[in-house]
Ligand binder design. Structure first.
Ligand SMILES: [Zn+2]
Length: 336
């Protein structure tokens, strides 16, 4: 995942440049504080099962013990087997989509996208996704010795996977009343900071060009990226607001109504090159990115692409806020 302002000149039509919102550097709005204090009961709202934060946290513990999920490594291979089995245990119809790709530095890899379909017979569907690979190097470390180390990827990649696995368990417990596809994308994080944005998100690009089912579509998609850090803030990301503004607004409204306004803030963020960009532009499915971004610092969470993206920095409250919001969105999809 990369902050993409530098990249716009290469891929984004000029008109999109005009859409970037600039904000004055000032504290977050008071709206979120108000929303924080009251939990609003919505009429005819379906109350979903409780998001078990410890279950998501335990998945992250497994990922930390397993090691960085760098493409081509043993931990990457072990992760694929583990996630596939978990999703099958939760009742998903699982396939591992494989395809060849080449990274910006000329290395060849076999992509492995893990795809689990729940209630596959239903035509009306929601797509939930996250990347699972770990970046092979920590370019944001200041110590040159650490720059070549792989990123643990506990928040970056891992947190989205952990939340979606817990959701998958819940789908088995209570029927969400709609078809759901959970996709763990491979090779999101092998990109070049100075180059073409298409060097990022190789797994989702492959999937968007080679859908796992002919004519596959979904009502909407939600991408999770970096959703477990302490003090996370999720502004309304730029491409989400461009391609899926109504869905984005509804998700944020639900989050705020449940008291999670300090995470789901009202600010709009910049466009970010992430898996949802290719889901929107190639697969043509409106897809929203829930991603931790510090609008006034113009940066991701402080341990992004460092060796400190570890379990100790994960906050269970953040996992709970995101997981619970998604559950309310999914079980109340008729109102989305
Ligand atoms: Zn990353």
């Amino acid at each position: 995942m990369e902050y993409s302002l530098k990249q716009f000149q290469f891929i984004v039509p000029f008109i999109l440049l005009l859409c970037i919102k600039c904000s004055d550097p000032q504290p977050s709005s008071t709206k979120e504080n108000v929303a924080d204090k009251k939990v609003i009961k919505v009429k005819n709202e379906i109350i979903p099962p409780t998001f078990q934060t410890d279950s998501a946290y335990n998945h992250l513990q497994w990922m930390e013990n397993n090691g960085p999920r760098v493409p081509g490594s043993k931990p990457h291979e072990r992760f694929v087997n583990w996630a596939e089995q978990k999703l099958k245990n939760y009742g998903g119809q699982v396939i591992v989509q494989m395809g060849n790709t080449q990274t910006y530095d000329g290395k060849n890899f076999s992509i492995k996208n893990i795809i689990a379909s729940f209630f596959p017979e239903r035509n009306d569907r929601i797509l939930l996704c996250s990347h699972y690979d770990s970046r092979p190097f920590c370019e944001k470390e200041t110590d040159p010795k650490l720059k070549s180390k792989p990123c643990p990827g506990i928040n970056d990649g891992g947190s989205g996977v952990a939340i979606l696995l817990e959701l998958a368990r819940i789908f088995k417990e209570k029927d969400p009343g709609i078809g759901i596809d959970v996709i763990f994308f491979d090779m999101e994080d092998y990109g070049n900071n100075n180059g073409n944005p298409e060097t990022w998100c190789l797994g989702s690009q492959y999937w968007a060009k080679n859908l796992h089912k002919p004519n596959y579509s979904a009502r909407f998609g939600i991408l999770l990226d970096m959703v477990g850090h302490q003090n996370a803030t999720f502004p309304k990301e730029g491409y989400s607001m461009y391609y899926a503004p109504d869905i984005t607004d509804k998700i944020w409204h639900i989050a705020q109504s449940k008291g999670f306004g300090k995470y789901f803030i009202q600010d709009e963020g910049p466009e970010l090159t992430d898996d949802h960009y290719f889901i929107n532009t190639i697969a043509k499915i409106p897809c929203v990115d829930i991603i931790d971004y510090k609008v006034y610092k113009h940066s991701f969470f402080e341990h992004h692409h460092t060796t400190q993206d570890i379990l100790k920095k994960i906050d269970k409250n953040t996992l709970f806020a995101v997981g619970t919001t998604l559950l309310y969105v999914i079980y109340n999809h008729e109102q989305i």
